[in-house]
Design a protein around this ligand. Structure first.
Ligand SMILES: Nc1ncnc2c1ncn2[C@@H]1O[C@H](COP(=O)(O)OP(=O)(O)OP(=O)(O)O)[C@@H](O)[C@H]1O
Ligand SMILES: [Mg+2]
Length: 391
Protein backbone atom coordinates (compact mmCIF):
# COMPACT_ATOMS: atom_id res chain seq x y z
CA UNK A 1 0.00 0.00 0.00
CA UNK A 2 1.54 3.24 -1.16
CA UNK A 3 0.51 5.39 1.74
CA UNK A 4 0.94 2.81 4.41
CA UNK A 5 2.86 4.56 7.13
CA UNK A 6 4.45 1.47 8.48
CA UNK A 7 5.28 0.69 7.63
CA UNK A 8 -21.30 -15.59 24.54
CA UNK A 9 -18.59 -19.59 29.32
CA UNK A 10 -20.09 -16.74 27.18
CA UNK A 11 -23.73 -16.86 27.73
CA UNK A 12 -24.90 -13.62 26.27
CA UNK A 13 -25.59 -12.27 22.84
CA UNK A 14 -22.40 -10.34 22.16
CA UNK A 15 -23.71 -8.24 19.33
CA UNK A 16 -26.79 -7.47 17.34
CA UNK A 17 -27.24 -8.92 13.88
CA UNK A 18 -28.15 -6.81 10.91
CA UNK A 19 -31.27 -7.39 8.93
CA UNK A 20 -32.75 -5.91 5.78
CA UNK A 21 -34.00 -3.30 5.29
CA UNK A 22 -30.99 -1.51 6.66
CA UNK A 23 -32.95 1.56 7.68
CA UNK A 24 -33.31 0.17 11.18
CA UNK A 25 -29.63 0.81 11.75
CA UNK A 26 -28.34 3.47 13.94
CA UNK A 27 -30.00 6.83 14.03
CA UNK A 28 -31.59 6.12 17.37
CA UNK A 29 -29.16 3.32 18.20
CA UNK A 30 -32.10 1.18 19.26
CA UNK A 31 -31.27 -2.50 19.27
CA UNK A 32 -33.25 -4.34 16.61
CA UNK A 33 -34.18 -7.94 17.33
CA UNK A 34 -31.19 -10.23 17.19
CA UNK A 35 -31.88 -12.17 14.01
CA UNK A 36 -30.07 -13.70 11.13
CA UNK A 37 -31.91 -12.74 8.04
CA UNK A 38 -31.31 -15.04 5.11
CA UNK A 39 -34.84 -16.32 4.97
CA UNK A 40 -36.43 -16.27 1.55
CA UNK A 41 -36.41 -19.37 -0.58
CA UNK A 42 -34.72 -17.42 -3.38
CA UNK A 43 -31.86 -16.72 -1.01
CA UNK A 44 -31.70 -20.39 -0.21
CA UNK A 45 -31.37 -21.13 -3.91
CA UNK A 46 -28.62 -18.54 -4.15
CA UNK A 47 -26.69 -20.19 -1.39
CA UNK A 48 -27.01 -23.61 -2.89
CA UNK A 49 -25.95 -22.21 -6.26
CA UNK A 50 -22.93 -20.59 -4.66
CA UNK A 51 -22.01 -23.72 -2.84
CA UNK A 52 -22.15 -25.70 -6.04
CA UNK A 53 -19.86 -23.14 -7.62
CA UNK A 54 -17.48 -23.53 -4.74
CA UNK A 55 -17.55 -27.30 -5.19
CA UNK A 56 -16.32 -26.70 -8.72
CA UNK A 57 -13.29 -24.79 -7.44
CA UNK A 58 -10.16 -26.58 -8.52
CA UNK A 59 -8.00 -27.77 -5.67
CA UNK A 60 -5.15 -25.29 -5.33
CA UNK A 61 -3.16 -26.83 -2.51
CA UNK A 62 -4.96 -24.99 0.23
CA UNK A 63 -8.49 -25.93 -0.64
CA UNK A 64 -9.08 -29.49 0.39
CA UNK A 65 -11.70 -32.04 -0.38
CA UNK A 66 -14.06 -32.20 2.54
CA UNK A 67 -13.22 -35.03 4.83
CA UNK A 68 -15.78 -34.44 7.47
CA UNK A 69 -17.11 -37.01 9.90
CA UNK A 70 -20.87 -37.45 9.93
CA UNK A 71 -21.81 -37.81 13.59
CA UNK A 72 -25.07 -39.26 14.88
CA UNK A 73 -27.02 -37.23 17.41
CA UNK A 74 -26.49 -40.03 19.93
CA UNK A 75 -22.70 -39.73 19.51
CA UNK A 76 -22.79 -36.00 20.12
CA UNK A 77 -25.07 -36.40 23.11
CA UNK A 78 -22.57 -38.86 24.50
CA UNK A 79 -19.58 -36.57 23.74
CA UNK A 80 -21.19 -33.65 25.60
CA UNK A 81 -22.89 -35.65 28.39
CA UNK A 82 -26.27 -34.94 26.84
CA UNK A 83 -25.47 -31.28 26.27
CA UNK A 84 -25.13 -30.76 29.98
CA UNK A 85 -25.50 -27.07 30.87
CA UNK A 86 -22.12 -26.99 32.58
CA UNK A 87 -20.44 -27.98 29.30
CA UNK A 88 -21.83 -24.90 27.54
CA UNK A 89 -19.13 -22.66 26.08
CA UNK A 90 -21.35 -19.90 24.75
CA UNK A 91 -24.38 -19.00 22.72
CA UNK A 92 -24.88 -17.07 19.51
CA UNK A 93 -27.55 -16.50 16.89
CA UNK A 94 -27.27 -20.06 15.56
CA UNK A 95 -27.63 -21.71 18.94
CA UNK A 96 -25.62 -22.99 21.86
CA UNK A 97 -22.05 -24.27 21.84
CA UNK A 98 -21.01 -27.16 24.13
CA UNK A 99 -17.65 -28.66 24.98
CA UNK A 100 -17.32 -32.37 24.32
CA UNK A 101 -14.65 -35.07 24.03
CA UNK A 102 -13.92 -37.49 21.21
CA UNK A 103 -11.23 -40.05 20.46
CA UNK A 104 -8.47 -38.49 18.37
CA UNK A 105 -8.24 -41.41 15.93
CA UNK A 106 -11.71 -42.89 15.67
CA UNK A 107 -13.57 -39.63 16.46
CA UNK A 108 -15.94 -41.71 18.61
CA UNK A 109 -17.26 -40.02 21.76
CA UNK A 110 -14.98 -40.41 24.74
CA UNK A 111 -14.93 -39.63 28.45
CA UNK A 112 -14.24 -36.14 29.79
CA UNK A 113 -10.55 -35.36 29.57
CA UNK A 114 -9.82 -38.35 27.30
CA UNK A 115 -8.85 -37.83 23.65
CA UNK A 116 -9.47 -34.46 22.12
CA UNK A 117 -11.76 -31.64 23.17
CA UNK A 118 -14.29 -30.39 20.62
CA UNK A 119 -16.85 -27.60 20.45
CA UNK A 120 -20.31 -28.78 19.41
CA UNK A 121 -22.58 -26.08 18.01
CA UNK A 122 -26.25 -27.01 18.17
CA UNK A 123 -28.88 -25.11 16.20
CA UNK A 124 -31.62 -23.41 18.10
CA UNK A 125 -34.83 -25.28 17.12
CA UNK A 126 -36.59 -21.91 16.68
CA UNK A 127 -33.92 -20.58 14.35
CA UNK A 128 -35.18 -20.09 10.81
CA UNK A 129 -31.62 -19.70 9.64
CA UNK A 130 -30.24 -22.90 11.11
CA UNK A 131 -30.29 -25.01 7.98
CA UNK A 132 -28.90 -22.36 5.63
CA UNK A 133 -26.12 -21.26 7.91
CA UNK A 134 -25.32 -24.87 8.66
CA UNK A 135 -25.07 -25.60 4.92
CA UNK A 136 -22.83 -22.63 4.29
CA UNK A 137 -20.60 -23.55 7.22
CA UNK A 138 -20.17 -27.16 6.09
CA UNK A 139 -19.55 -26.25 2.48
CA UNK A 140 -17.16 -23.35 3.04
CA UNK A 141 -15.27 -24.45 6.12
CA UNK A 142 -15.31 -28.08 5.04
CA UNK A 143 -13.38 -27.02 1.93
CA UNK A 144 -10.71 -24.89 3.54
CA UNK A 145 -7.71 -25.80 5.55
CA UNK A 146 -5.67 -22.92 6.94
CA UNK A 147 -3.94 -22.34 10.28
CA UNK A 148 -6.06 -19.23 10.84
CA UNK A 149 -9.44 -20.80 10.15
CA UNK A 150 -11.06 -22.92 12.81
CA UNK A 151 -11.11 -26.58 11.86
CA UNK A 152 -14.47 -28.17 11.21
CA UNK A 153 -14.26 -31.83 12.22
CA UNK A 154 -17.74 -32.98 11.30
CA UNK A 155 -21.44 -32.45 11.50
CA UNK A 156 -24.80 -34.04 12.24
CA UNK A 157 -27.98 -33.09 10.51
CA UNK A 158 -31.63 -33.64 10.21
CA UNK A 159 -32.14 -35.71 13.35
CA UNK A 160 -34.92 -34.30 15.51
CA UNK A 161 -34.76 -31.14 13.33
CA UNK A 162 -31.39 -30.31 14.82
CA UNK A 163 -28.31 -29.22 12.92
CA UNK A 164 -25.00 -29.65 14.63
CA UNK A 165 -21.42 -28.74 13.82
CA UNK A 166 -18.30 -30.14 15.48
CA UNK A 167 -15.17 -27.98 15.59
CA UNK A 168 -11.75 -28.17 17.13
CA UNK A 169 -12.00 -26.71 20.61
CA UNK A 170 -10.29 -23.34 20.99
CA UNK A 171 -8.99 -23.20 24.55
CA UNK A 172 -9.00 -19.47 25.05
CA UNK A 173 -12.46 -18.84 23.59
CA UNK A 174 -13.25 -15.66 21.70
CA UNK A 175 -11.33 -12.40 21.36
CA UNK A 176 -14.56 -10.66 22.38
CA UNK A 177 -14.40 -12.26 25.82
CA UNK A 178 -10.72 -11.37 26.33
CA UNK A 179 -11.21 -7.77 25.27
CA UNK A 180 -14.46 -6.95 27.01
CA UNK A 181 -15.39 -9.54 29.60
CA UNK A 182 -12.24 -10.69 31.27
CA UNK A 183 -10.06 -9.42 34.09
CA UNK A 184 -7.00 -10.65 32.27
CA UNK A 185 -5.13 -8.04 30.22
CA UNK A 186 -3.92 -8.82 26.74
CA UNK A 187 -0.46 -7.33 26.22
CA UNK A 188 0.31 -5.20 23.18
CA UNK A 189 2.31 -8.03 21.60
CA UNK A 190 -0.51 -10.52 22.14
CA UNK A 191 -3.00 -8.12 20.61
CA UNK A 192 -0.74 -7.76 17.58
CA UNK A 193 -0.30 -11.52 17.32
CA UNK A 194 -4.08 -12.00 17.36
CA UNK A 195 -4.84 -9.34 14.80
CA UNK A 196 -2.12 -10.58 12.45
CA UNK A 197 -3.48 -14.14 12.71
CA UNK A 198 -6.99 -12.95 11.93
CA UNK A 199 -5.65 -10.85 9.03
CA UNK A 200 -3.95 -13.95 7.62
CA UNK A 201 -7.21 -15.89 7.76
CA UNK A 202 -9.08 -13.13 5.97
CA UNK A 203 -6.31 -12.69 3.39
CA UNK A 204 -6.49 -16.39 2.62
CA UNK A 205 -10.25 -16.18 2.01
CA UNK A 206 -9.89 -13.13 -0.21
CA UNK A 207 -7.16 -14.68 -2.31
CA UNK A 208 -8.56 -18.15 -2.90
CA UNK A 209 -9.26 -18.85 -6.53
CA UNK A 210 -12.93 -18.09 -5.96
CA UNK A 211 -12.75 -15.12 -3.67
CA UNK A 212 -14.73 -15.60 -0.50
CA UNK A 213 -16.25 -12.65 1.36
CA UNK A 214 -16.53 -13.54 5.02
CA UNK A 215 -19.19 -10.93 5.87
CA UNK A 216 -19.14 -11.37 9.64
CA UNK A 217 -15.69 -10.26 10.79
CA UNK A 218 -16.06 -9.36 14.47
CA UNK A 219 -14.37 -9.99 17.80
CA UNK A 220 -16.72 -12.84 18.79
CA UNK A 221 -15.89 -14.75 15.60
CA UNK A 222 -12.14 -14.67 16.25
CA UNK A 223 -11.30 -17.67 18.41
CA UNK A 224 -8.00 -18.20 20.22
CA UNK A 225 -6.03 -21.35 20.95
CA UNK A 226 -3.94 -21.74 24.07
CA UNK A 227 -1.07 -19.73 22.53
CA UNK A 228 -3.37 -16.93 21.34
CA UNK A 229 -3.19 -18.03 17.72
CA UNK A 230 -6.29 -16.55 16.11
CA UNK A 231 -8.70 -18.52 13.94
CA UNK A 232 -11.80 -17.29 12.17
CA UNK A 233 -15.01 -19.15 12.91
CA UNK A 234 -18.58 -18.88 11.64
CA UNK A 235 -18.92 -19.12 7.89
CA UNK A 236 -22.72 -19.07 7.96
CA UNK A 237 -22.79 -15.71 6.16
CA UNK A 238 -19.79 -16.24 3.88
CA UNK A 239 -20.39 -15.49 0.22
CA UNK A 240 -18.48 -15.95 -3.01
CA UNK A 241 -16.95 -12.74 -4.33
CA UNK A 242 -17.83 -10.92 -7.56
CA UNK A 243 -17.22 -12.60 -10.91
CA UNK A 244 -16.95 -11.52 -14.56
CA UNK A 245 -14.96 -8.40 -13.67
CA UNK A 246 -17.68 -7.00 -11.43
CA UNK A 247 -16.56 -4.95 -8.46
CA UNK A 248 -19.23 -6.19 -6.08
CA UNK A 249 -22.09 -8.59 -5.54
CA UNK A 250 -25.57 -7.32 -4.77
CA UNK A 251 -27.20 -9.14 -1.94
CA UNK A 252 -29.44 -8.80 1.08
CA UNK A 253 -27.88 -7.08 4.02
CA UNK A 254 -26.83 -9.43 6.77
CA UNK A 255 -24.01 -9.23 9.26
CA UNK A 256 -23.60 -7.46 12.57
CA UNK A 257 -24.33 -3.87 13.53
CA UNK A 258 -21.23 -1.77 13.88
CA UNK A 259 -18.99 -4.10 11.84
CA UNK A 260 -20.84 -4.06 8.51
CA UNK A 261 -19.41 -1.65 5.93
CA UNK A 262 -21.47 1.49 5.22
CA UNK A 263 -21.79 0.90 1.43
CA UNK A 264 -23.12 -2.58 2.07
CA UNK A 265 -25.62 -1.44 4.68
CA UNK A 266 -26.79 1.40 2.46
CA UNK A 267 -27.09 -0.42 -0.86
CA UNK A 268 -26.58 -4.16 -0.43
CA UNK A 269 -23.45 -3.83 -2.61
CA UNK A 270 -20.95 -6.19 -1.08
CA UNK A 271 -17.27 -5.76 -2.01
CA UNK A 272 -14.36 -7.94 -0.98
CA UNK A 273 -13.17 -4.79 0.76
CA UNK A 274 -16.39 -4.65 2.79
CA UNK A 275 -14.59 -7.20 5.00
CA UNK A 276 -11.68 -4.77 5.33
CA UNK A 277 -14.02 -2.28 6.99
CA UNK A 278 -14.97 -4.91 9.61
CA UNK A 279 -11.27 -5.60 10.08
CA UNK A 280 -10.68 -1.89 10.77
CA UNK A 281 -13.45 -1.92 13.36
CA UNK A 282 -11.95 -4.94 15.16
CA UNK A 283 -8.49 -3.35 15.06
CA UNK A 284 -9.97 -0.26 16.69
CA UNK A 285 -11.64 -2.40 19.36
CA UNK A 286 -8.33 -4.18 19.96
CA UNK A 287 -6.33 -1.03 20.63
CA UNK A 288 -9.01 0.78 22.63
CA UNK A 289 -10.50 -2.18 24.50
CA UNK A 290 -13.93 -0.72 23.71
CA UNK A 291 -16.90 -2.31 21.97
CA UNK A 292 -17.85 -0.79 18.63
CA UNK A 293 -21.35 -0.05 19.90
CA UNK A 294 -22.07 0.50 23.56
CA UNK A 295 -25.24 2.18 24.69
CA UNK A 296 -23.84 2.64 28.19
CA UNK A 297 -21.16 5.08 26.99
CA UNK A 298 -21.74 8.83 27.16
CA UNK A 299 -23.57 10.49 24.26
CA UNK A 300 -21.11 11.13 21.44
CA UNK A 301 -19.16 7.98 22.27
CA UNK A 302 -21.87 5.36 21.67
CA UNK A 303 -20.44 4.52 18.27
CA UNK A 304 -16.71 3.90 18.58
CA UNK A 305 -16.04 4.52 14.88
CA UNK A 306 -17.78 7.93 14.81
CA UNK A 307 -16.04 8.90 18.00
CA UNK A 308 -12.56 7.68 17.07
CA UNK A 309 -12.29 8.69 13.42
CA UNK A 310 -11.57 12.39 14.04
CA UNK A 311 -9.03 11.52 16.75
CA UNK A 312 -6.96 8.97 14.83
CA UNK A 313 -5.06 11.34 12.48
CA UNK A 314 -3.65 13.38 15.37
CA UNK A 315 -0.41 11.89 16.66
CA UNK A 316 -1.14 12.84 20.28
CA UNK A 317 -4.76 11.76 20.44
CA UNK A 318 -4.63 8.00 19.71
CA UNK A 319 -2.60 7.76 22.92
CA UNK A 320 -5.63 8.96 24.84
CA UNK A 321 -7.74 6.26 23.23
CA UNK A 322 -5.42 3.36 24.05
CA UNK A 323 -6.86 0.65 26.27
CA UNK A 324 -5.90 1.83 29.75
CA UNK A 325 -5.36 -1.83 30.74
CA UNK A 326 -2.16 -1.82 28.66
CA UNK A 327 -0.88 0.88 31.03
CA UNK A 328 1.23 2.63 28.44
CA UNK A 329 3.24 -0.50 27.60
CA UNK A 330 3.22 -0.19 23.83
CA UNK A 331 5.48 1.37 21.18
CA UNK A 332 4.07 4.81 20.43
CA UNK A 333 5.19 4.87 16.80
CA UNK A 334 3.58 1.52 16.05
CA UNK A 335 0.38 2.65 17.76
CA UNK A 336 0.26 5.71 15.54
CA UNK A 337 0.91 3.61 12.44
CA UNK A 338 -1.94 1.33 13.44
CA UNK A 339 -4.19 4.35 13.94
CA UNK A 340 -3.45 5.38 10.33
CA UNK A 341 -4.09 1.86 9.10
CA UNK A 342 -7.45 1.83 10.90
CA UNK A 343 -8.38 5.08 9.19
CA UNK A 344 -7.61 3.58 5.80
CA UNK A 345 -9.62 0.44 6.55
CA UNK A 346 -12.58 2.56 7.69
CA UNK A 347 -12.60 4.73 4.56
CA UNK A 348 -16.19 5.17 3.45
CA UNK A 349 -15.24 4.29 -0.14
CA UNK A 350 -14.33 0.58 -0.41
CA UNK A 351 -11.99 1.36 -3.31
CA UNK A 352 -9.82 3.48 -1.02
CA UNK A 353 -9.44 0.75 1.56
CA UNK A 354 -6.26 -1.37 1.45
CA UNK A 355 -6.54 -5.01 0.47
CA UNK A 356 -5.99 -7.51 3.26
CA UNK A 357 -2.66 -8.42 1.61
CA UNK A 358 -1.59 -4.79 1.96
CA UNK A 359 -2.77 -4.74 5.57
CA UNK A 360 -0.61 -7.78 6.28
CA UNK A 361 2.36 -6.14 4.60
CA UNK A 362 1.93 -3.12 6.88
CA UNK A 363 2.03 -5.35 9.94
CA UNK A 364 5.10 -7.15 8.62
CA UNK A 365 6.94 -3.86 8.10
CA UNK A 366 5.87 -2.64 11.50
CA UNK A 367 7.15 -5.80 13.16
CA UNK A 368 10.48 -5.56 11.30
CA UNK A 369 10.92 -2.00 12.57
CA UNK A 370 9.98 -3.09 16.05
CA UNK A 371 12.49 -5.96 15.93
CA UNK A 372 15.19 -3.60 14.62
CA UNK A 373 14.44 -1.10 17.34
CA UNK A 374 14.47 -3.75 19.98
CA UNK A 375 17.82 -5.13 18.66
CA UNK A 376 19.25 -1.58 18.69
CA UNK A 377 17.96 -1.19 22.23
CA UNK A 378 19.54 -4.49 23.31
CA UNK A 379 22.86 -3.48 21.70
CA UNK A 380 22.80 -0.11 23.46
CA UNK A 381 21.91 -1.81 26.72
CA UNK A 382 24.75 -4.34 26.35
CA UNK A 383 27.23 -1.53 25.58
CA UNK A 384 26.16 0.48 28.58
CA UNK A 385 26.36 -2.56 30.88
CA UNK A 386 29.87 -3.32 29.55
CA UNK A 387 30.97 0.28 30.11
CA UNK A 388 29.68 0.45 33.64
CA UNK A 389 31.41 -2.85 34.52
CA UNK A 390 34.68 -1.51 33.07
CA UNK A 391 34.52 1.61 35.24
N1 LIG B 1 -14.55 -23.88 18.41
C1 LIG B 1 -14.83 -23.27 19.57
N2 LIG B 1 -14.03 -23.46 20.65
C2 LIG B 1 -14.29 -22.84 21.82
N3 LIG B 1 -15.32 -22.01 22.02
C3 LIG B 1 -16.17 -21.79 20.99
C4 LIG B 1 -15.98 -22.41 19.72
N4 LIG B 1 -16.95 -21.99 18.87
C5 LIG B 1 -17.71 -21.15 19.59
N5 LIG B 1 -17.26 -21.03 20.87
C6 LIG B 1 -17.82 -20.21 21.94
O1 LIG B 1 -19.20 -20.09 21.77
C7 LIG B 1 -19.56 -18.70 21.67
C8 LIG B 1 -20.74 -18.56 20.74
O2 LIG B 1 -20.32 -18.77 19.43
P1 LIG B 1 -21.23 -18.45 18.19
O3 LIG B 1 -20.32 -18.42 17.03
O4 LIG B 1 -22.34 -19.41 18.14
O5 LIG B 1 -21.86 -17.04 18.49
P2 LIG B 1 -21.27 -15.56 18.43
O6 LIG B 1 -20.11 -15.50 17.51
O7 LIG B 1 -21.01 -15.11 19.85
O8 LIG B 1 -22.45 -14.74 17.86
P3 LIG B 1 -23.01 -14.78 16.38
O9 LIG B 1 -24.12 -15.77 16.34
O10 LIG B 1 -23.49 -13.42 16.13
O11 LIG B 1 -21.89 -15.19 15.47
C9 LIG B 1 -18.31 -18.01 21.18
O12 LIG B 1 -18.26 -16.67 21.54
C10 LIG B 1 -17.22 -18.83 21.88
O13 LIG B 1 -17.02 -18.38 23.16
MG1 LIG C 1 -19.67 -16.62 16.10
Amino acid sequence: MGNCLAQPVENHPSSVKLSSPPAVLAPTCKKPPSTHTISSSSTKDNIIGELEELEATTTSGKIVTPNLKVFSLAELKSATRNFRPDTMLGEGGFGRVFKGWIDEKTLAPSRVGVGMAVAVKKSNPDSEQGLKEWQAEVKFLGKFSHPNLVKLIGYCCCEEKEFLLVYEHMQKGSLERHLFRSNETLSWDTRLKIVIGAARGLTFLHTTEKQVIYRDFKASNILLDEDYNAKLSDFGLAKLGPINGNSHVSTRVVGTYGYAAPEYVASGHLYVNSDVYGFGVVLLEIITGLRVLDLTRPTGQLDLVDWAKPLLPDKRKPRKMMDSKIQGRYPINAAFQIAQLILQCLDSDPKNRPSMGQVLECFRTMQCHQDEQSRAFQRALATSVRRSSEQ
